[in-house]
Write a protein that binds this ligand. Structure first.
Ligand code: GLN
Length: 489
């Protein structure tokens, strides 16, 4: 199978080819596996490749297709998962030494749903340790490289998931987004990345970073594929009490409805100093395309945007410090038992198991929750979070979808921000508010910069209205002329 086919391959098209028996899932899976073998050394996006299991699943999918029963758009399609989703019998590391040998006895709900749909899982993808980061440099398994320029980061924390799709090592993948970790790497790698509404997708079996913000979502080459993936993973789950108890719609239903009559809000707080000029120009040009297609562009205001990064880094670290307390060498995780007594076992295990950024976050979070500081930090941050959520509710009285840049710049160089956590934190400035508000957001490629790097347009939707969000995103994709962009490798 030639590489060109994989580079342009979408779920939609491959599914047609599989149904008409033009190709088999085994052939397709073998083609991806051989491409992974060829390119993973260079890109380091897979932590674990599950070749044997994938071929077994591909055979089963081919049989399902031959029998003509129970076929879904994902049957036989090779995908891969961020290494944060538990996979029964397959190592799940969260890119941490702490879980370097963890083989879960169960599947996360999304893993199970994808398996049931007949998708073929090729392996587990690199990420920032415990999803903390914006560059995939914080992985215990080495940095993932951006396929557009391997001296640059792919973004993060779902860097491996973005690269697997951008470099055509999977038709689609799954990542998680707590403060931008799907949308920002999608933007930096030139693919589509969708963060659904908080609670739309079950978090069961997804290793927790900040439970009130975490949400799973797909990376794909097209908006339509993102809708197909969301169809497969969305829905209430009794095992996750925060998953929304409402049957999800068919997210492909209104894809072709266009933007005529839709109001696109442009928040002035997102076009600020520090935003790269070329990124700004491309996003404004993208908005003009939507306007030309009949959308009405309105200015909106999200006045508390300037507090979002601070609020996020108080809430996310507080939740992380609590979630990560279980990794103590006794209940979970790496055990280093070379000291004296229980306390030293905890201390030595956590010291050896966690990387620098994870430790920094645990300390920040523990501090902001500690007595005497709780009111000043965590509680205050929670109050401001409510104001940010209200900003969106107010803005969405005036518009149906909000358009902004996804990231203030294109992919930065490996090492460029690694020693300065604050600069790194600022790279999520446009994505974080969406998580604080719970709203869905998507990043779509909108241009290749003059120095050959992808730029992303972010669209943000009303809570629970992925349908309109995808409709607007699809209209943009169809009329932008950008198409599927692929790096030369
Ligand atoms: N970059 C942000 C952080 O480091 C967001 C991470 C994420 O969404 N998982 O917290």
């Amino acid at each position: 199978m030639d590489n060109l086919l994989l580079e342009k391959a979408t779920i939609k098209e491959l599914s047609k080819k599989l149904s008409s028996k033009e190709i088999s899932s085994v052939e397709l899976t073998e083609a991806y596996i051989s491409r992974i073998k060829e390119l993973n050394e260079k890109l380091n996006c897979f932590i674990t490749v599950t070749e044997d299991k994938a071929l077994v699943a591909a055979k089963a999918a081919d049989k399902r297709i031959k029998d003509g029963s129970d076929i879904t758009p994902l049957t036989g399609i090779p995908i891969s998962l961020k290494d944060i989703f538990t996979t029964k019998g397959v190592r799940t590391t969260c890119a941490s030494k702490m879980l370097g040998n963890f083989i879960p006895p169960y599947d996360s709900t999304v893993t199970l749903k994808l398996k049931e749909a007949g998708a073929v899982i090729l392996g587990k993808l690199n990420m920032d340790e415990f999803a903390m980061g914006s560059s995939t440099e914080n992985s215990a398994f080495g940095v993932t490289k951006n396929p557009w320029d391997t001296l640059r980061v792919p973004g993060g924390s779902s860097g491996g998931s973005a690269v697997a799709v951008a470099a055509s090592l999977s038709t689609a993948s799954l990542g998680t987004d707590t403060g931008g970790s799907i949308r920002q790497p999608a933007s930096l790698c030139g693919v589509v990345g969708l963060k659904p509404t908080y609670g739309r997708v079950s978090r069961f079996g997804m290793i927790a970073f900040a439970s009130s913000l975490d949400q799973a979502g797909p990376f794909t080459k097209t908006v339509e594929d993102a809708a197909l993936m969301l169809n497969a993973i969305a829905g209430h789950d009794a095992q996750d009490s925060t998953s929304i108890n409402e049957p999800p719609p068919d997210f492909t239903e209104k894809l072709e409805n266009g933007v005529k009559g839709l109001r696109i809000g442009v928040p002035k707080e997102y076009f600020i100093e520090g935003l790269n000029k070329e990124v700004e120009d491309s996003v404004r040009a993208a908005i003009a395309i939507l306007e030309k297609q009949g959308a009405e562009v309105v200015e909106v205001s999200l006045p508390h945007t300037e507090y979002a990064v601070s609020v996020y880094y108080l809430i996310a670290t507080a939740e992380a410090s609590s979630n990560l307390a279980r990794f103590d060498g006794i209940r979970y995780g790496l055990r280093v038992d070379n000291g004296e007594g229980l306390f030293e076992l905890y201390k030595n295990s956590r010291d050896a198991g966690f990387g620098a950024e994870v430790k920094r976050r645990i300390m920040l979070g523990t501090y902001s929750l500690s007595s005497g500081y709780y009111d000043a930090y965590y509680k205050k941050a929670s109050e401001v979070r409510t104001l940010i959520k209200r900003d969106f509710e107010e803005a969405f009285k005036k518009c149906d979808v909000i358009a902004t840049p996804t990231s203030p710049s294109t992919a930065f160089k490996i090492g460029e921000k690694a020693s300065d956590p604050l600069t790194m934190y600022l790279s999520d400035i446009f994505t974080i508010s969406t998580n604080l508000g719970g709203n869905p957001g998507i990043s779509i490629p909108c241009k290749i910069s003059n120095d050959g790097l992808p730029i992303g347009l972010q669209l943000i939707g009303k809570s629970m209205d992925e349908t309109t969000l995808l409709q607007a995103a699809n209209a943009y994709e169809k009329h932008s002329g950008v198409g599927i962009i692929t790096p030369k490798l």
